[in-house]
Design a protein around this ligand. Structure first.
Ligand SMILES: Cc1ncc(COP(=O)(O)O)c(C=O)c1O
Length: 401
């Protein structure tokens, strides 16, 4: 009997982060006291002015189809955002809007990858990149950014990963899962490599751009290397910056020939993102931005709390990342130790399973992000909850023999 599952879907794993959240919910239903630090979503609410814009759009009757890749009013607001915040000059015809950042990336990959085409995915990577490449028919090529380099891709590692079949490099700064963000000088060094390989396009996922801390200055590659703009897709969205994960609006700016191909994909699959959410996104981008700084300050305090408590935990070391709301601590000091129930910690998957069983703290194993032995904590929750969770992690690690 032939398999129900398609050959291309058979190459794909379900999302590990969604699996951790599901397991945490299951334990909660069983009555366990579980703290979930697995989900990648701000705990803040969508701002009221944005909600009101959606309500107004409904009442005005803006409830019909729009252009498949976004309505002109939103594309214009996105052009203003790119000009104001990134110094990038795009026209509305160079903008793609889709139901979230995820479909924006997927549409770009489906639009451009032929069998055998390679996509360089720096590890630790966001869980979805390799699987989206596989689903789109391409081949992910993982290139590791080591902890000693702040989990960032070195130019020589990039150079060594490029082949004549390389179609894309995916950059993600600040990164999910490490929080690492590339400085201007680091992006310039990568751009110098890319100049020698004109067949390689760059997809930069800037979803966490507004969440950078201290005096770190955010830049994106098209800004640092304007000569690469004709092969760069700059992806962003309202999910993280405006606490709008459920509204499903992501967008990108790029060369018109690529944007035209992405529209062709959207026109035969999703059609337009929800008209109401598009009007909300116009208000998010054009409306007051001051709440972003307040939320950013809260995230920075949480980052500092978590990093400090983890570094006081036996066997764990945690670098201080530049941005996002994740940390990526190492458990190298715990490998080979044994839990009270007799399980040997042989890697990060065992560590995260045992931590959940013993202390009810849900985190995601580094294996899912392509670099072990680490785990990811999402600190998008209150300081009180983070303090409790880190206290439990300390107790668990101290109990290992
Ligand atoms: C790096 C990165 N890119 C893209 C996305 C997807 O964003 P959206 O919810 O808008 O699809 C996420 C969400 O977790 C992310 O972490």
């Amino acid at each position: 009997m032939s398999s129900l599952q398609s050959a291309s879907l058979a190459r794909v794993k379900p999302s590990a982060t969604i699996a951790v959240s599901a397991r945490a919910r299951e334990l909660k239903r069983e009555g366990r006291d579980v703290i979930g630090l697995g989900a990648g979503e701000p705990d803040f609410d969508t701002p009221d002015n944005v909600k009101q814009a959606a309500i107004d759009a409904i009442m005005r009757g803006e409830t019909k189809y729009t252009d498949a890749d976004g309505m002109p009013e939103l594309k214009q607001a996105i052009c203003r955002k790119f000009a104001r915040e990134n110094g990038l000059s795009y026209e509305p015809a160079q903008i793609h809007v889709a139901p979230g950042g995820k479909p924006v990336i997927f549409n770009a990959l489906v639009a451009t990858l032929s069998p055998g085409d390679e996509v360089i995915v720096p590890a630790p990577y966001w869980v979805s990149y390799p699987d989206m490449v596989l689903l789109a028919g391409g081949e992910p090529v993982v290139a590791v950014g080591e902890e000693k380099d702040g989990f960032k891709l070195r130019p020589e590692t990039l150079d060594a990963a490029i082949t004549p079949r390389t179609k894309w490099l995916i950059l993600n700064s600040p990164s999910n899962p490490t929080g690492a963000a590339y400085s201007r000088a680091e992006l310039e060094a990568l751009a110098a490599v890319l100049r020698r390989h004109p067949q390689v396009w760059v997809l930069t996922d800037d979803m966490y751009e507004h969440l950078v801390y201290g005096d770190f200055e955010y830049t994106t590659i098209a800004q640092v290397a304007p000569d690469l703009m004709d092969r760069t897709l700059t992806v962003n969205g309202v999910s993280k910056a405006y606490a709008m994960t459920g509204w499903r609006i992501g967008y990108a700016g790029g060369p018109k020939p690529l944007i035209d191909l992405m529209r062709k994909v959207a026109s035969q699959t999703t059609s337009n993102p929800t008209s109401i959410s598009q009007w909300a996104a116009v208000e998010a981008l054009d409306g007051p931005q001051d709440f972003i700084a307040e939320r950013k300050a809260a995230f920075e305090r949480r980052r500092d709390l978590v990093v400090s408590m983890l570094n006081q935990t036996s066997g764990i070391s945690c670098a201080t990342p530049e941005g996002a709301f994740y940390v990526y601590p190492s458990i190298a000091g715990l490998i080979g130790k044994t839990t009270e129930s007799g399980v040997v910690i042989d890697g990060d998957s065992t560590f995260t399973t045992e931590l959940l069983n013993a202390e009810g703290v849900a985190v995601v194993q580094g294996e899912a992000f392509g670099l072990s032995p680490y785990f990811r904590i999402s600190y998008a929750t209150s300081e009180a909850v983070l303090e409790e969770a880190c206290g439990r992690i300390q107790r668990f690690c101290a109990s290992l023999r």
